[in-house]
Design a protein. Sequence first.
Length: 107
Amino acid sequence: MKNVTERVLDMLEKHPHLRDNDGALIANLWYESYIAVGEKIGVEFDEEMKVGVAKFLRLVAKQKLPNYKTVIRYRAKLQKDRTDLRGEKYIERQGLSEFWKKEYGRV
């Protein structure tokens, strides 16, 4: 399978309408990935499943769902403001940060 850069380039070259619509670009990339992953793991998707995924991705393409970047920004802001919402990775990174500061001093 091509890397993401190659796949995006391929889509932008073959489908000019995707150049101005991030939602449509993402939806097409996700659909292509969905089918490819299914083939790779030996799952055959029936038409009903493909139609369901296509309907969902149409909502993505038309930007009818929350933008994933917006969701990530709000999650980060909420976790910054409310420590009780922080995940295990945050706590782990903070611990490592303290370790490196003690080990090597502030840079």
